[in-house]
Design a protein around this ligand. Sequence first.
Ligand code: OSB
Ligand code: MG
Length: 368
Amino acid sequence: MRIDEAEVVIVELPLKFRFETSFGVQTSRIVPLLILRGEGLEGYSEGVMTPLPRYREETVAGAMDLLQRAFLPLLLEREWGNPEQLAAALAPYRGNQMAKAMVEMAFWDLWARYLEEPLWRLLGGVRRQIPVGVSLGVQDSLERTVEAVGEQLERGYRRVKLKIKPGWDVQVVSAVRQAFPEAHLTVDANSAYTLAQARSLAALDEFSLDYIEQPLEYDDILDHAELQKKLRTPICLDESITSSRHARLALAAGAAGVINVKVARVGGHLEARRVHDVALSFGRPVWMGGMLETGVGRAHNIHAATLPGYTLPGDTSSASRYWEKDVINEALEAEDGLMPVPEGNGTGVSLDWDFIGKIRIGGFSVGG
Ligand code: OSB
Ligand code: MG
């Protein structure tokens, strides 16, 4: 397959809620959309990197520079026989998984449309709908948190994840657990603790959480393994896992019992599948994380989560939770805590170009 043109459109989209985590507050997203054109078809992806490096190191500006100067010219310079060939050509560039994922994921979408297959089938998926929960940002008060959890459980979401940080942990988890004794609850610290604070984290053991997500440093493995020895609750790693190699390291070291897979964080669908395979080989479950994606990235994540190891509810909740209006024409709505996989070839979604034109703040093209 030959790609004739790559277009990047950067849009800004306001979130319907204020999303507060231990690393900051988000009220909108700056989203680079990648559109690949070839063989009379289009393939789409979105970048999940942020303007400032508060989650992992990657930034929008850095990724755009790499795409424009290296990754997109490389993509246009030759024909590709499959996604593996493209991934191999990107591999010599170190790190920058989210920037690589933009290219790899859009290629997969175009490739699947070219083969007239749904993406989930090419990836080896086994499910037509995926179990989902929600990730709730830090709320203004305990009362408001309990109320918000109740609303999400009422909607049928199968698990609620609460963002925690030192000073906002035991009290909030205790209040929510008391109100919902049977609910699947988890917490996500986004690296807000150190090993020295292990006692505060061990205090969460009594609330029967499914797991504690990324309590320690964003790139750490060893301290998480030390911490896991002091906790009964399994640790789930998010930020620390940027490749299948790190997944293997973490699981072999006993640093995690569960892995949050984000396709974009690990460089794309092929590496996400390898992380999934590594976890399965250790007998560990995975679940699909999220980066507040628009319908474009959300659809990719849903397809990827059809693999057999995604047995825990993901963060891939309904697009209408996040956006008044999405950048795609299709609705991605969960019902009774199950998100249906979009129908059609590739990811099965199409862009709303009129709307994208209205929220566009920048972009560039290569080729064409
Ligand atoms: O840590 O999982 C995280 C959002 C942005 C960055 C990091 C995280 C999150 C979420 C929200 O928890 C997941 C979602 O609803 O997309
Ligand atoms: Mg997380």
